[in-house]
Design a protein around this ligand. Structure first.
Ligand code: KG4
Length: 339
């Protein structure tokens, strides 16, 4: 029997809806919110208002592009959390109303699990190499930096995570002090291509186990700018590319050092990466390098599945549907929820 799932994602500042049929993506529509650029970060109140404006057109467009009628949707999967409460409420409330109107089951999805599950989305005409269980997934985004052991679609264990900032935050906050706009991660990536990654030495954390920390790096970067700007007010402008290259290299080294330890200790060489920062070219190059050097089987997501999207929510819903893992209509969203 064919199964069609509509996915809805509204955890942060992207309103997205997607249709997945039997594991194959039929549509994935994302409306991003430019309104936050002027503020140098996501403004929660503005995000929820924008979701409210976007949600109906985005869902209609996802159904239209999928070439289906809404009566052929078998289940509705929505992001329950973690995320911004005002944003989550828009997607959750819409999902409940729509599922009730269509009289179909509702499936709650953990946003972090969905990022990992993006590796199982099949796209017509594209090769889909899926990681074999168990595999290790580095989840790196604006809100999370975690190393996850994935034993099955519905069994994942966090082995390590950041104790302060996420990797994406480190990119964005350092970019902000250089006046590079928001989100700064992609700009740092672009400028770093023209810079020397060894130009500046930035501090790396020394914390035990598999956990991450990025706040020390951020402070070290800030102090470097403060000290150099005293000597030369044009420092940032003149050394922007070298600063970006050094910052990016340090972040990637921090990420890969811990990941290498996990792979060594667990003996699992199936290694995937997910989340917004997995779009970063140095992260991708480091994965390729580790594949060649240590024999890892690596899985890099398609670029459109790195940042927040509903296709990853729909694919998670598709697998939960097969387990009849449905939720009740009175389930509230969660701003903070573990994997
Ligand atoms: O997964 P995501 O869309 O959602 C959040 O958790 O917010 O990740 C967004 C993060 C931002 O911090 C952004 O700067 C970062 O991913 N990012 C990048 C790149 N593309 C997006 N960071 C570094 N290099 C990139 N190319």
């Amino acid at each position: 029997m064919s199964i069609t799932v509509l996915g809805i994602e509204s955890s942060c500042d992207d309103t997205s809806a997607a249709v997945i049929r039997d594991g194959v993506m039929l549509s994935n529509v994302i409306a991003s919110q430019a309104v936050h650029e002027a503020f140098g970060g996501v403004v929660p109140e503005l995000a929820s208002r924008a979701h409210q404006q976007n949600i109906i057109p985005v869902v209609s467009e996802a159904i239209r592009r999928a070439g289906i009628d809404k009566t052929s949707i078998d289940a509705l999967a929505f992001t329950r959390g973690p995320g911004l409460m005002g944003s989550l409420l828009v997607g959750t409330s819409f999902a409940k109303g729509f599922a009730s109107a269509l009289d179909i089951p509702l499936i709650d999805v953990n946003h972090l699990q969905a990022h990992v599950m993006a590796h199982f989305i099949q796209v017509e005409g594209e090769e889909n190499r899926q990681p074999a269980f168990p595999f290790i997934c580095l989840l790196v985004s604006g809100g999370n930096s975690q190393i996850i052991r994935v034993d099955s679609y519905n069994h994942m264990e966090v082995l390590g995570q950041t104790i302060d900032d996420a990797a994406g935050e480190a990119f964005d906050k350092c970019a902000k002090v250089m006046g590079l706009g928001y989100p700064g991660g992609p700009v740092v990536d672009r400028l770093a291509k023209e810079g020397n990654p060894q130009a500046f030495h930035l501090s790396k954390p020394h914390i035990p186990g598999y956990d991450y920390s990025f706040s020390g790096l951020k402070t070290s970067f800030l102090y470097l700018l403060r000290d150099e700007l005293k000597k030369n007010p044009e420092f940032i402008e003149q050394r922007k590319n070298d600063l970006c290259a050094s910052l990016q290299t340090t972040i990637v080294e921090i990420l890969m050092d811990k990941l290498r330890s996990v792979v060594k200790d667990t003996g699992i060489r199936e290694v995937a990466v997910a989340g917004g920062v997995s779009a970063n070219s140095a992260v991708r190059a480091a994965f390729q390098d580790h594949a060649a050097r240590y024999g890892w089987n690596i899985y890099l997501p398609r670029f459109s599945f790195t940042t927040d999207n509903a296709a990853m929510v729909a694919i998670t819903g598709y697998y939960k549907y097969q387990d009849k893992d449905f939720c009740s209509i009175d389930l509230p969203p969660f701003a903070r929820v573990a994997l």
